[in-house]
Design a protein around this ligand. Structure first.
Ligand SMILES: [Fe+2]
Length: 275
């Protein structure tokens, strides 16, 4: 059968439908259907198609092992958030997950509770503390709490070649009561990188490139599903407009002051058993 405007979509879908792996088949036939529908519904022009090709090419050229413009593109489309929602922890009182982001490293230094992750660029001091619990609220002893955050100069350590290694990141183990505590800086809202094609896209769409003020955490314990999440400062003005749709109400944390005037964030974590 030759190809016509009327049968093109079905021809593509059935060509993809020959893939032997059922999941591959499902993913690619659905993708073809939705892409064809998009082109038909928008009556896409040749110039627009070419602009899309050039845009994706630029996204690829901007990506390397230090910078992932494709992840940023996924983030600003809310696709990363959607995948997180679909795959988040399911369990009573389970702490919600949030985007990993591009700056996680798995081998941050192991620090003692009470230590500071601020090696360079002092900001407003913040004591971060909390308790890690499992099923039924039992404390998890020796759970690993990995923390990372933007430095007060506006960069993550992977973004700034002059920054001290592992500045603003560390691993902590919970004590016999499941508690962890450390010193850091108060987080602040910052712009995602706007010097690449995704930045131009945000500009075209008149979207604010700011992320809400957050601290990244990854919490893991034997027998439990690792949790990747973020704590958000309740007083941040970007909570409702976070450019990557990462804010969850349950993760918004009010910072309060302890006796000596230091700011404190209390962030408890409930993990779900591994299946
Ligand atoms: Fe971040």
């Amino acid at each position: 059968m030759t190809t016509t405007p009327e049968n093109l979509r079905d021809q593509v879908v059935s060509a993809f439908g020959a893939a032997p792996d059922p999941r591959v088949r499902e993913l690619f036939t659905k993708l073809a259907q939705h892409l064809h529908d998009f082109v038909i519904e928008t009556n896409l022009t040749v110039d627009e198609w070419l602009a899309a090709v050039e845009f994706l090419t630029a996204v690829g050229k901007m990506s390397d092992d230090k910078r992932q413009e494709f992840v940023l593109l996924s983030d600003v489309f809310g696709i990363s958030a959607l995948v997180d929602f679909l795959n988040g922890p399911q369990g009573e009182d389970a702490t919600e997950n949030a985007l990993l982001g591009p700056f996680y490293v798995s081998d941050a230094p192991l620090l003692d509770n009470g230590d500071s992750i601020v090696k360079q660029y002092e900001g407003e001091p913040l004591r971060l503390e909390g308790r890690v619990t499992g099923q039924g609220g039992a404390p998890l002893i020796g759970a690993q709490v990995e923390v990372w955050q933007i430095a007060a100069n506006g960069a993550y350590d992977g973004q700034d070649p002059d920054m001290v290694e592992n500045n603003m990141r560390g691993r902590f183990l919970t004590d016999e009561d499941g508690r962890y505590w450390l010193m850091t800086n108060r987080p602040f809202g910052y712009s995602v990188p706007t010097d690449g094609p995704v930045g131009r896209l945000l500009d075209l769409l008149q979207r604010d490139p700011m992320r809400a003020a957050h601290i990244h955490l990854r919490v893991s314990a034997e027998g439990y599903q690792p949790l990747v999440t973020q704590l958000y400062d309740a007083d941040c003005r970007y909570l409702d407009t976070d450019v990557v749709f990462g804010v969850r109400e349950s993760l918004v944390t009010k910072l309060d002051q302890v006796e000596d005037g230091t700011l404190r964030a209390r962030f408890d974590v409930r993990l779900v058993r591994a299946t």
